[in-house]
Design a protein around this ligand. Structure first.
Ligand code: ZN
Length: 66
């Protein structure tokens, strides 16, 4: 089936029998993102997670010092 990336409008073809195609067919609301955009989102999420971990870590260190 053909899918269109919701972020960059790139058209891609995915296997009809793939788990992704099944998911998109069961939930039309579920939007498709191409690999590039997926990676971009994942990178951003990782960055946020990393900075979140960092502040948690600093807080823990400060609590130890006090
Ligand atoms: Zn895309």
């Amino acid at each position: 089936m053909r899918v269109k990336c919701v972020l960059c409008d790139k058209l891609e073809k995915i296997e009809d029998g793939s788990p992704l195609a099944k998911r998109l067919r069961n939930r039309p609301i579920h939007t498709y993102m191409c690999a590039d955009c997926n990676k971009r989102i994942a990178d951003r999420t990782e960055e946020r997670k990393a900075s979140g971990n960092f502040s948690t870590f600093r807080q823990a260190v400060q609590e130890d010092t006090w």
